[in-house]
Structures are given as C-alpha cells and as structure tokens.
Design a binder for this molecule. Structure first.
Ligand SMILES: Nc1ncnc2c1ncn2[C@@H]1O[C@H](COP(=O)(O)OP(=O)(O)OP(=O)(O)O)[C@@H](O)[C@H]1O
Ligand SMILES: [Mg+2]
Length: 273
C-alpha cells in the first residue's frame, strides 16, 4: 500500500456533529448506487470513505456536496437540512471540495486559480475585474495576499505567476487544495486526491492534510489508496455495492472480515491497493 503511515489515529470523541448523512439512497434507473447509507462527521474529524470500484463512494460524495440529490434520505450540515440546497449554497455554508479529476482554469495563472476559491461575494467582483479589466482593487489585493500564503503552505509560491497548465499533475492537485482552502471552509471534501500522484507526492499530500486536520479542519476523503486513508483518518466508512458494510478506526477496519471479503471478492478492487 502506498503512503501508509505506521501511526494510526485514535478516534475523536466529544466534539459536536458537523454533518450527518441520514439514510441516503440514490437510484440510477434499476441500479441502487447508494443504499441506505448513514454516518456522521464530527467537528475536527478526518473521515475516510473507502470501498471497491463501483461501491458508491463518488455518488455519496456527490450527494454530500450537492452535485446530485438523493432519491431518499437527508444530508444535514451545521444542523441544517441541505439535501436540496444547490452546490453554491453549500459552499457558502462552508463546504469546500476538490474533484476526482483536477478542475482548474488552464488560461489563468496559479495565483489566479487560487483566488477563484475566495468567498463567492468576492469572486463575482474579482472575476469581472479579472476578465474585463485585469485590475487589482483592495479586496482583490487582500485575496492575492492570502492566496500567496496558501501557495506558500502548499509549497508552490514560486510558481504563483506561471500558467496553471505548465504545472505537473501533482502540483495542480495542490493548487486545487489551496483554492479549496481559500474559502476558509468548515469541511474539506476530497475525492481521490492521491489519484495520479507518485509516492513522494502522495506522502507530501498526506502530511499536508494531516497538518490541516491537526489545525482543526474537518476532512472527508474518498480514496482508493487505503494506506493513505489509514494514516490520516480517525474513522473510516466502508461501502460495498452501495451499502455501508463497516465503520470504525483503522485497526478495526483492517481486521473486519466483511471489508476483507469486499476487497478480495473483487480481485483486490484496484491496482493501487
Ligand atoms: N450518473 C450515473 N448514471 C448511472 N449509473 C451511475 C451513475 N453514476 C454512478 N453510477 C453507477 O453507480 C455505481 C456507483 O458508482 P460510483 O461512481 O459512486 O462508485 P465509486 O465507489 O466512486 O467507484 P470508483 O472506485 O470506480 O470511483 C456504479 O455501478 C456506477 O456505474
Ligand atoms: Mg469514484
């Protein structure tokens, strides 16, 4: 397994609930992609969502982030039912995400891409000035300063003025994370952040996410790389054929017969595991 850390994390107890996935179901025609999935995310936790190919991880992730709505069931965030709230409302409430496939604006610089992550109210003004005048106003200057700090955090300040398309994939992933952090989210949601990264990049990403989580940021992460998840997450939720088959800390998940069978039963599930 890649990115595996010998140190596993002890569960967080006693912090308030930040998010709850309540009996969520998602049907695509005759296919039940998500089948009565429920779990909670507590403030400050790092939660991993794992499972073999086609288990329903990305679909669940999409229900949480608002890309899709469940056929039944609810998503509660900060005590509000957000099941039918659109994506932008959820992001304004403090959900920030990255995508399974990096989505950045290829015609913009690294810094500009990070600046697009600022609060929607600022982004409107920023976007119009960027696209129409390329003029820097006070808010934007503040954004640029903060964006530089975020680039320093992810180790890419020296590439700030390069076009994003000139960066290798691993670095683009880090820019995407910096952009997600720009909105100062209450929760960071990541769909396969280690996909396409080499071992060194994966280890660096793991350290960075751990540092963010240690600083209090709640993280929910979908990842094929189980070793990566085990070293980062307090708690792991395992899906198989759309249903939750296990939930617990890394040690209990690793020794859970249902989990072992789900992975072995699909031929190891994924080349990376
Ligand atoms: N838009 C859709 N329309 C029809 N079927 C879909 C759609 N999205 C996902 N599915 C199906 O739902 C099931 C769950 O898919 P999902 O992408 O959530 O799995 P996953 O756990 O993220 O898989 P992977 O590990 O391959 O990323 C799969 O059988 C998939 O083919
Ligand atoms: Mg997926």
């Amino acid at each position: 397994m890649r990115g595996q850390s010998s140190e596993q994390r002890t569960p967080i107890v006693g912090t308030p609930e930040l998010m709850a996935i309540q009996g969520c179901m998602k049907r695509f025609g005759g296919l039940l992609a998500v089948d009565q999935v429920s779990f909670e995310v507590r403030q400050g936790e790092a939660i991993g969502l794992i499972g073999p190919n086609g288990a329903g991880k990305s679909t669940t992730f999409n229900l949480i982030t608002g890309v899709d709505t469940p056929t039944s069931g609810d998503i509660v965030f900060k005590q509000q039912n957000v099941t039918r709230q659109p994506l932008h409302k959820r992001s304004a409430m403090g959900m920030a995400r990255t995508f399974q496939i990096v989505r950045l604006f290829s015609g913009l610089t690294v810094l500009e891409n990070v600046m697009l992550g600022f609060h929607p109210q600022l982004v409107d003004g920023f976007l119009s000035s960027l696209l129409r005048f390329r003029r820097v106003v006070a808010d934007e200057r503040r954004c640029a300063k903060r964006a530089m700090e975020l680039l320093e955090f992810v180790g890419l300040a020296q590439r700030a003025h390069d076009l994003i398309s000139h960066l290798p994939h691993g670095q683009q992933r880090l820019v995407e994370i910096a952009r997600a952090l720009a909105s100062e989210p209450g929760i960071l949601l990541l769909d396969e952040p280690a996909a396409g990264l080499n071992d060194q990049e994966t280890a660096g990403l793991g350290r960075m996410l751990r540092q963010l989580n240690d600083g209090g940021l709640t993280i929910l992460i979908v990842e094929h790389d189980i070793g990566f998840i085990m070293g980062l997450c307090h708690r792991i939720v395992v899906l198989d054929h759309g249903a939750k088959i296990a939930e617990g800390d890394a040690a209990s998940i690793q020794s859970n017969p249902k989990v072992i069978e789900a992975y072995l039963g699909t031929g190891g599930a994924h080349a990376k595991n």
